[in-house]
Design a protein around this ligand. Structure first.
Ligand SMILES: [Zn+2]
Length: 283
């Protein structure tokens, strides 16, 4: 993928610090202004006021030169680039194709576990979008897993994951997510097939974004391959087989590898929201 590190997106919330401590990107509890005030006061009084206010241990103090930060910083900047690109794209496409204004979602980086409007989540759940607070939750460790466990390496595989989650946000803005939620409640027997359609549509929306990146020469054919591999890698049949050794389609909640690849491609080929009607053409 063609991209340049360009800082951290305004829409990224870094909550990897845990326990009120500092991560590389600022202070979750004090904000930048508060941090500066505390820093100045600490210098004036020759005391560490951070630990006074946060009750933290020495490990909680800012460590701007931790050695393993560089790789992580690049990853955060990559996430920022993709997030801004995907949201910028929908800002143009949604009014034109969906007759709706686009509203930015936030992306929360976390580690291990996190509280969201959708409840507490663990890293093991994988990345997810919470319609209640309109935020995408991502543990960067998932990208390592994409590579090692799901054998889908490459930047575009990671970009696909973010584009898929923002696809769920687009579904919320279009009112599709709400409709599906009500249908699920009134007809629990259809809950799984409805969930599959919702997921496949998010794949298709990721494809719609991918088409614009192709036009803008951000990606090439090998990136598309990587995206298709990622879509196939996280298919329910493959995940089930890895977990249980067999495949039971009635328990699918995301769709098979073939379905996920098919719908990603449908979005990629057309670049149109209207090509993503995964609800009308269920197999
Ligand atoms: Zn999804």
């Amino acid at each position: 993928m063609e991209w340049k590190p360009g800082g951290v997106s305004d829409d990224v919330e870094d909550r990897r610090g845990g326990g009120g401590g500092f991560s590389g990107f600022g202070a979750p509890h004090f904000g930048i202004g508060g941090t500066l005030v505390l820093l100045v006061l600490s210098l004036v009084f020759h005391r560490d006021l951070f630990s006074l206010f946060s009750g933290g241990s020495p490990a909680d103090r800012p460590s701007y030169s931790a050695p393993d930060n560089a790789a992580q910083n690049t990853e955060v900047q990559f996430v920022s680039f993709v997030l801004d690109d995907v949201q910028g794209t929908w800002q143009n496409l949604l009014p034109a194709q969906g007759n709706r204004q686009y509203r930015h979602a936030k992306l929360v980086l976390f580690r291990d576990s996190i509280d969201s409007a959708c409840g507490e989540a663990q890293s093991a759940t994988g990345p997810f979008y919470c319609p209640g607070d309109e935020k995408v939750y991502l543990d960067l460790g998932f990208f390592d897993e994409l590579q090692s466990r799901f054998r889908a390496p490459g930047e575009f595989a990671q970009a696909y994951v973010i584009a898929h989650e923002i696809g769920h946000h687009v579904q919320k803005l279009l009112g599709i997510e709400g409709r599906v939620q009500r249908l699920r409640e009134s007809n629990p027997a259809q809950a799984n097939p409805l969930s599959v359609s919702l997921e496949l549509q998010a794949d298709c929306f990721a494809g719609v974004w991918a088409k614009t990146t192709e036009q803008r020469k951000i990606i090439d054919a090998s990136d598309v391959e990587a995206g298709l591999r990622a879509a196939a890698a996280v298919g329910d049949d493959r995940l089930q087989k890895m977990a249980t050794g067999h495949v039971s389609p009635e328990n699918f909640t995301h769709g098979s590898s073939a379905q996920r690849t098919h719908w990603f491609q449908a979005g990629l080929n057309s670049g149109e929201i209207s090509a993503c009607n995964t609800f009308g053409t269920r197999e």
